[in-house]
Ligand binder design. Structure first.
Ligand SMILES: C[S@@+](CC[C@H](N)C(=O)[O-])C[C@H]1O[C@@H](n2cnc3c(N)ncnc32)[C@H](O)[C@@H]1O
Ligand code: SF4
Length: 406
């Protein structure tokens, strides 16, 4: 392992090394807005209930946070100088808690500092609990091109069990407005929920599809360590029941014209999420905001910067000129696994040429693992492309772990 490094000095990252990246991959921008109305009991994202840390009557520090993001971005520029940005994802937390005026200012700050491609995809995560009439239209006017709506379920009892602040009617209203205002949007659902039956899961999915979402993400509810649910686990469907639900989800989405192009993502042709595709293709991303992670390539090394996690400390540090908590170099031996963690999530898999281009490694570094994966029926390949098989998709972590350093 290389020594952990905190250095924003581009010369440090540009010095010679053993990797050879002929060209740098596509660059995206991730912006983290960390606050939520209420922390959900299953959530392990860097999201914070504002009222839990605020003095009575103290408002969310929208302007100060935007100042911090601007300072963070400015301090990062030397590491990505001149590189065009092809997508922006404003995630959280609950970004739709920020006012449309704040999002407008944020995007203006970004455009003034980074060469954003003219047709860049700009996604904003929205929570139906923050929905009010015309709010989505105002986000669109601020420059957002795609909304990602965290519905999770349409069933009021289920939403309550998940600790959500919205109900099914609010989810429907939010989707109706999103469908009217945006050319493309995403709907997040979760399945294998506490006490959920196959019929309830199917009903949720059919309601979701009635809004004709161009993109649907469906996640298996997982009990993450350090969450309320990990401490007080609800009764969840068995693994077999969960598999059955996933089979139904894949069949029904397929019938309605959505393609499962990634393990959890389904889209109509032309509506795959460009920002997430860039992650899965092992592209680069600059991550700004509290706790944001990034991945930045240089000619001879790849770095993973991480921002200070706690929002108030993040603002303080960013405004003082350095919000980076750590910036480690990805060890050469770890790169094949990191690449596969992403690329094998895609139905299309990856081109061998892209593996070499984005890791800077020769194909010999994955030859043995590819042979083993093929022998086990987990991948299929030709001279150019490697794809996970159905079995590979079902046993994805077994497949990915074949690429761990020996
Ligand atoms: C970054 S979260 C934030 C979105 C937004 N704050 C919300 O919750 O509506 C994005 C998505 O991850 C999914 N998610 C969050 N925690 C999860 C968990 N423990 N298991 C499965 N999916 C989860 C949810 O579907 C959620 O919409
Ligand atoms: S609203 Fe989303 S980000 Fe916030 S606590 Fe709930 S799941 Fe996490």
């Amino acid at each position: 392992m290389s020594e952990p490094t905190i250095s924003r000095d581009p010369r440090h990252w540009m010095r010679p090394g053993t990797l050879q990246l002929a060209a740098l991959p596509q660059l995206s921008l991730y912006i983290h807005l960390p606050w939520c109305l209420k922390k959900c009991p299953y959530c392990d994202f860097n999201s914070h209930e504002w009222s839990a840390t605020a003095a009575p009557g103290e408002d969310m520090p929208e302007a100060r946070y935007l100042d911090a993001l601007r300072a963070d971005l400015e301090a990062s520029l030397p590491l990505v100088w001149g590189r065009p940005v092809h997508s922006v994802f404003i995630g959280g937390g609950t970004p739709s808690l920020f006012s449309p005026e704040a999002i407008d200012r944020l995007l203006a700050d970004v455009r003034a500092r980074l060469p954003l491609e003219a047709d860049a995809e700009i996604t904003l995560e929205a929570n139906p609990g923050t929905f009010e009439k015309d709010r989505f239209r105002a986000f669109r006017q601020a420059g957002v091109t795609r909304l990602s709506i965290g519905v999770q379920s349409f069933d009021d009892a289920q939403l309550k069990a998940l600790g959500r602040v919205h109900n099914g009617a609010q989810a429907r209203a939010a989707l109706e407005e999103a469908a009217q205002v945006f050319d493309t949007f995403n709907l997040d659902l979760m399945y294998a929920l506490p006490g959920q039956t196959l019929a309830q899961c199917e009903a949720d999915l059919r309601t979701a599809l009635s809004f004709a979402p161009p993109h649907l993400s469906v996640y298996h509810l997982t009990l993450e360590p350090n969450t309320y649910f990990a401490k007080f686990p609800p009764r969840l469907p068995s693994d077999d029941e969960a598999y059955e639900m996933l089979d139904r989800i894949t069949a029904i989405t397929g019938e309605s014209g959505l393609q499962r192009y990634e393990v959890s993502a389904y889209a109509r042709p032309g509506h795959a999420c460009r920002h997430n595709l860039n992650y899965w293709r092992f592209g680069d991303y600059l991550g700004i905001g509290a706790g944001a992670h990034g991945k930045l390539s240089f000619a001879h090394r790849i770095a993973r910067p991480v921002r200070v996690r706690e929002p108030r400390l993040y603002m303080e540090r960013a405004l003082a000129g350095d919000a980076v908590a750590s910036m480690d170099e990805v060890p050469r031996a770890q790169l094949p696994f990191e690449f596969m963690l992403n690329a094998l999530r895609l139905r299309e898999g990856f081109a061998l040429a892209d593996f070499m281009a984005s890791t800077g490694l020769p194909l010999s570094s994955i030859d043995t693992a590819l042979r083993e994966a093929e022998a086990k029926g987990l991948i299929e390949r030709d001279a150019r492309q490697v794809r996970p098989t159905e079995r590979g998709f079902d046993f994805l972590s077994d497949l990915q772990s074949l690429f761990l350093p020996g």
